[in-house]
Ligand binder design. Structure first.
Ligand SMILES: Nc1ncnc2c1ncn2[C@@H]1O[C@H](COP(=O)(O)OP(=O)(O)O)[C@@H](O)[C@H]1O
Ligand SMILES: N[C@@H](CCC(=O)OP(=O)(O)O)C(=O)O
Length: 359
């Protein structure tokens, strides 16, 4: 396969594997599994992140209209996930491949110990030639405990496992430079670095069964590419999409990866919700810290400690206008940091190795 990847994470959106009438599209699931089996047999490690539990559940049970949205989602996902994983399991078995169900919540990534537990679990499956089929555990993840969508989850898994590529399969050919439905809009084939006006191309509407939409997909893709992982957005409803993509023979959107970051930086990058402290910097410190040079965060550039934190906590670093600059691990607690605000020649609050720039 021309692209030469050794480890890939493939994310399949609900729309790809659900028919217009809401029933699971078994033929498409089978076709995707056939491709994944082919890819695995060529020695590439594969992790599948599949949506579709709620959509599958909808085909199995009629829900009362009086039931609220949260409990409806719990009910549909609880029933639908069984059907979804059985379908995958049967199709993989035809290739003598075992797959495993891995259901996760945001909580499973909340601190380094939980994160490493999850990483070990996936690694042991891969070492045993099993294909993990990951989904959010929708039965217990509600409201603020939820991932934005499975694109966020897939980005997290790709970063955690140091994958070479994350392939997101949706029901469009990629990100278009206008409304995909309007003639004259074309697929943006390559996105290199942060593209300031990317969001302006994207319509806020979602596809019929999707959760996050294209804006969250592109924000996540830019973040993951920044960590050193290629991200591809392609049309999962096309025949042989994965094989064509890996042979570099498919029109789609590719986010060019930057230099690979360390495992710890990848973890920090995805830890915004676990951050305790908030530290505000002046513009000079912001410029230096985001210049791309290896620079640590020194107290001289701090103007305010907004929220307390302990040594070792993840902290949010913001600018004078309260925009996020990055995330880092505090070398000491907020008490000491407050004493040192604006002072020269003090120990760095965040060492460069433990700083992730969000800009
Ligand atoms: N500029 C754009 N390029 C591509 N798709 C777009 C764009 N703007 C909005 N979209 C919409 O985003 C949808 C895909 O996102 P989403 O509904 O989250 O899908 P999925 O279920 O695959 O995660 C497409 O079906 C499309 O309608
Ligand atoms: N976890 C949910 C899917 C959530 C989700 O992000 O869906 P999608 O936007 O189609 O990838 C399910 O299995 O139904």
């Amino acid at each position: 396969m021309k692209l030469g990847y050794k480890k890939i994470v493939v994310k399949v959106g609900s729309n790809v594997i659900t028919q217009a009438n809401g029933l699971p599209d078994e033929a498409r699931i089978k076709h995707l599994v056939n491709q994944l089996a082919d890819i695995k047999k060529q020695g590439i490690e594969v992790i599948l992140v599949s949506s579709g539990a709620v959509a599958s559940g909808r085909s199995l049970i009629k829900v009362s209209e009086k039931q609220d949205a949260v409990t409806t989602r719990q009910l549909l996902a609880a029933i639908g996930q069984v059907k979804l994983i059985n379908t995958y399991s049967n199709f993989f078995a035809a290739h003598n491949i075992q797959c495993a169900q891995v259901l996760v919540t945001k909580e499973d990534f909340r601190d380094r110990a939980h994160y490493l537990n999850m990483k070990n679990c996936l690694q042991i499956l891969l070492q045993n030639e099993v294909i993990p089929v990951v989904n959010e555990n929708d039965v217990v993840s509600v409201t603020e405990l939820m991932f934005t969508d499975n694109d966020e989850l897939a980005g997290l898994i790709a970063s955690m496992l140091n994958a070479d590529a994350l392939i997101i399969l949706s029901n469009v050919n990629g990100i278009y430079n206008g409304d995909p439905k309007i003639e004259g809009s074309a697929v943006i084939e390559e996105i290199n670095g942060s593209v300031a006006n990317l969001a302006s191309f994207i319509q806020t509407g979602k596809s019929q069964f999707g959760r996050g939409g294209m804006i969250t997909k592109s924000t996540m893709a830019q973040k993951v590419a920044k960590l050193g992982i290629s991200v591809h957005i392609a049309n999962g409803t096309k025949d042989d999409v994965l094989i064509s993509l890996l042979n570099n023979d498919l029109v789609h959107t590719r986010f060019v990866p930057e230099k690979s970051k360390s495992g710890k930086k990848k973890w920090i990058a995805h830890s915004e919700t676990a951050a305790t402290g908030v530290v505000k910097l002046n513009d000079g410190a912001k410029t230096v810290l985001t210049s791309g040079k290896a620079t640590s965060l020194l107290p001289v550039g701090i103007i305010e400690i907004q929220t307390d934190f302990l040594k070792g906590d993840i902290i949010k670093i913001i600018d004078e206008k309260n925009n996020l600059i990055g995330l880092g691990i505090a070398e000491y607690g907020s008490d000491k940091a407050r004493e040192r605000i604006g002072q020269k020649k003090q120990k760095a609050l965040v060492h460069y190795d433990y700083f992730y720039s969000a800009i």
